[in-house]
Design a protein around this ligand. Structure first.
Ligand SMILES: C[S@@+](CC[C@H](N)C(=O)[O-])C[C@H]1O[C@@H](n2cnc3c(N)ncnc32)[C@H](O)[C@@H]1O
Length: 345
């Protein structure tokens, strides 16, 4: 079943041969590339690389691709010649893997301005696809290379399920990069002191094998949403209504901290951050183990860096610029001063 209860149409175990465009978040392409390089189960060649996408020549089943968290959408490349590409994909590509009672492809056309109606008419005339705005397999949209057909069942939420979202919830691709940067070891305690709806905790629980998962949020409604999300995924977590400036945990008790901090734009203000960041980073430093590691996302970067410099014992060892929806936050990897092992690993 797909996430909205429709029967699944895409056969993930059928071997295909197609040109596929994976779209991701600028800053996550390296992680996606690395994942594909060590990929088993399919033969993958990167044909083109952009700051937010990889074009692949893909041979094999789609199941291992569907398990990768570093992309939002996977689309069939319809360029440079849509007729030819549709034919090839129908014969041996992703379109051949769309099964079910009706072999007819249901499609919609995304926001393509005035061109939208012509494109809809063309795909209806040949290859006789059925236009269906509410129940579609393929979403025809534009990309810098030309038209592509996004595969509905390979959307991130279809692959991993949807979660309750807070207004400033972390994009799950950015979250996956953050969890990767956190290098969570088996059994380690993981804390998100700004957990919102708990996206990062769910990702930590699903991408690694942590021991205790702990989330805190100053707003009780978000701590409750995080509890629902964590428990709905069958994960064990302790979700608390707490202020990150006064954490109820003993010194040196937390191995890994991951958080999307208030940027001071949609959540909080820069003025508020001026007081809150030093207090929260002081607490992070206090509760983190000597070998601990924190991955903290913020767009209030200058304040963040200055605050880390002023926080005894903490230092930044890595910064990754990630972009989404007009925001340009960085994920900072922060460790305790004197933890030279963290830099080597
Ligand atoms: C960017 S959102 C986190 C989004 C979260 N990662 C998610 O995916 O839903 C920041 C969160 O920090 C919370 N927050 C703001 N100030 C806080 C504080 N002093 N202590 C704890 N939480 C705080 C806000 O309520 C908000 O839910």
């Amino acid at each position: 079943m797909t996430s909205d209860g429709r029967p699944r149409r895409l056969d993930l175990d059928r071997s295909i041969d197609d040109e596929i465009l994976l779209r991701t978040v600028p800053g996550a392409v390296d992680y996606l590339f690395e994942e594909l390089r060590t990929f088993s189960g399919a033969e993958v060649r990167v044909v083109a690389r952009r700051r937010d996408a990889l074009q692949l020549s893909y041979r094999g089943t789609l199941r291992p691709l569907a398990a990768i968290r570093y992309f939002d959408t996977a689309a069939i490349c319809l360029y440079p010649d849509p007729d030819r590409r549709v034919r090839e994909s129908t014969e041996r590509g992703v379109l051949a893997a769309l099964t079910g009672d009706s072999p007819q492809i249901q499609f919609r056309v995304g926001d393509l301005g005035e061109a939208r109606w012509d494109i809809r008419d063309q795909f209806e005339a040949d290859p006789h696809w059925h236009n269906s705005a509410g129940n579609w397999d393929i979403n025809v949209v534009d990309s810098p290379g030309g038209l592509v057909g996004e595969v509905g069942e390979l959307y991130l939420t279809e692959r991993f399920g949807a979660l309750l979202r807070a207004p400033a919830s972390t994009n799950p691709v950015i979250g996956a990069v953050m969890v990767r940067l956190a290098k969570i070891e088996d059994g380690q305690t993981v804390l998100d002191p700004f957990c919102g709806a708990g996206t990062l905790l769910v990702l930590a629980g699903e991408m690694a094998k942590p021991g205790l998962l702990i989330g805190g949020d100053v707003q009780s409604s978000w701590a409750r949403a995080a509890r629902t999300n964590v428990h709905s995924r069958g994960l064990d977590g302790s979700l608390l209504n707490v202020d990150a400036q006064r954490l109820p945990f003993p010194n040196g008790s937390i191995d890994r901290i991951i958080a999307n901090m208030p940027f001071g734009k949609r959540v909080g203000t820069h003025k508020h951050n001026i007081q809150m960041y030093p207090a929260a980073l002081g607490e992070i430093s206090r509760v983190m183990t000597p070998r601990g590691r924190a991955v903290l996302l913020t767009e209030d970067k200058r304040l963040f860096r200055e605050t880390v410099q002023r926080t005894p014992l903490l230092r930044v060892i890595k910064e990754i610029l990630l972009e989404r929806g007009g925001a340009h936050p960085s994920a900072y990897v922060v460790v305790k001063r004197g933890n030279s092992r963290a830099v080597q690993r």
